[in-house]
Write a protein that binds this ligand. Structure first.
Ligand code: NAD
Length: 358
């Protein structure tokens, strides 16, 4: 049966990079036997402009009826002054929640051809391959109560709540251990158990769950040390499992080890393997509309989609090999360009990957 894919381009460079990924899906369907049906939907600022809401009900319904969702990016200065509940970012958080995609998988890897694009020394990052498993629909980004209130003395206070239940911690820990079974079987759980009770419980639950995975070696690390270690000696890590906020920050840090935020894909999975796939970058308003954004993070998100939700492993390999070939051939978008390489636009990069598939 054909896989049902929902495409949500979003705002800024979202539509530009998603167009290139879609081009690839068309070619896989028309020439390599991939059976898919594609549907398009609105999210973020684009959805607000069209419907007055950042996540229309039709988008949620279509997403829930799909096998996988390919998402570009949302946000931009145009919508920053809107009421908090109407901002584009709310649309994405609400979609993740509605889909129950609790596990965010973000690889931080370095393509050999791009070692020189990193700000770190080659020997520190060569062959780097870390998988972040970030809890995505709990913790301080969703905890209640939250808000900004005025106290009796007239001063305003802002507050959020960091809260994790045992079951939330257990399911993300299991996801991390399962992922580790297909890798080097090492998991580092990152918390701040010395200061935050919520992560004291996190550490306790993760330590219990690992008993079901005797093949996996677990270590614990405080988040401040993890930030330092990721820059100092990142190759010590295999799988890192952590909370929503710590994962947000650390995975962005790790993305820069690999040279450009424009290279890294991500998957957000529910309990049944349905997933929301997206590049880790945002809508990049500073370069939107210029046909210079790097579409490879989105193209590699399609490869993750084929692997994790659609179980089309050969098609996933095909895309990853094509991307490697393009990089080997010296083809570069502006963000990863170095002297002597061939500088290409967003569209030309998409075309190059399509050509490398043949
Ligand atoms: P950003 O990721 O959009 O951009 C950070 C920097 O990286 C910019 O200089 C940008 O030009 C560059 N960059 C990002 N993607 C690139 C690509 N594919 N190719 C080349 N260069 C690229 O982050 P930001 O500037 O902090 O946020 C901009 C907007 O995006 C904000 O509205 C923010 O809320 C939103 N945002 C959305 C998501 C998402 O949709 N998942 C994630 C982060 C930020």
């Amino acid at each position: 049966m054909a896989h049902k894919i929902l495409i949500l381009p979003g705002d800024g460079i979202g539509p530009e990079v998603v167009t290139e990924a879609e081009k690839l899906l068309f070619v896989l369907a028309s020439q390599f036997g991939l059976e898919i049906t594609l549907q398009h939907g609105l999210i973020g600022g684009a959805a607000f402009d069209a419907t007055g809401r950042p996540l229309p009900e039709e988008t949620v319904t279509a997403a829930q009826a799909s096998d996988a969702i390919l998402f570009g990016a949302i946000g931009g200065p145009k919508w920053e002054k809107l009421d908090r509940l109407l901002r584009p970012e709310r649309g994405l958080l609400a979609l993740r929640s509605a889909l129950g995609v609790f596990a965010n998988l973000r690889p931080a890897m370095v393509f050999p051809e791009l070692v020189s694009a990193s700000t770190l020394k080659a020997e520190v990052i060569e062959n780097l391959d870390i998988m972040f498993v970030r809890e995505l629909i709990g913790g301080i980004y969703f905890g209640e109560p939250r808000g900004i209130e005025t106290r009796e003395n007239g001063e305003r206070v802002g507050f959020n709540t960091l809260i994790y239940s045992e079951s939330e911690i257990e399911r993300i820990a299991r996801m991390a251990f399962e992922v580790a079974l297909h890798r080097k079987r090492r998991v580092c759980s990152v918390d701040k158990a010395n200061v935050l009770e919520a992560t004291e419980l996190w550490r306790e639950v993760v330590s219990n769950v690992v008993k079901d995975y005797p093949q996996v070696k677990l270590e614990h690390m405080y988040v401040d040390n993890a930030a330092m270690q990721l820059v100092k000696a990142p190759k010590q890590f295999d799988v890192i499992v952590t909370t929503n906020m710590f994962g947000d920050i650390l995975s962005d840090l790790a993305s820069m080890l690999s040279g450009s935020i424009g290279m890294l894909p991500s998957a957000s999975l529910d309990e049944n393997g349905r997933g929301l796939y997206e590049p880790i970058h945002g809508s990049a308003p500073d370069i939107a509309g210029q046909n210079i954004a790097n579409p490879l993070a989105t193209i590699l998100s399609v490869a993750m989609m084929l692997r994790y939700s659609l179980h089309e492993l050969k098609q996933a390999d095909r895309i990853e090999k094509a991307v490697q070939k393009v990089l080997r051939d010296g083809i570069r978008s502006a963000d990863i360009y170095t002297e002597g390489m061939t500088l290409v636009s967003t569209q030309e990069m998409g075309d190059a990957v399509v050509a490398a598939l043949q």
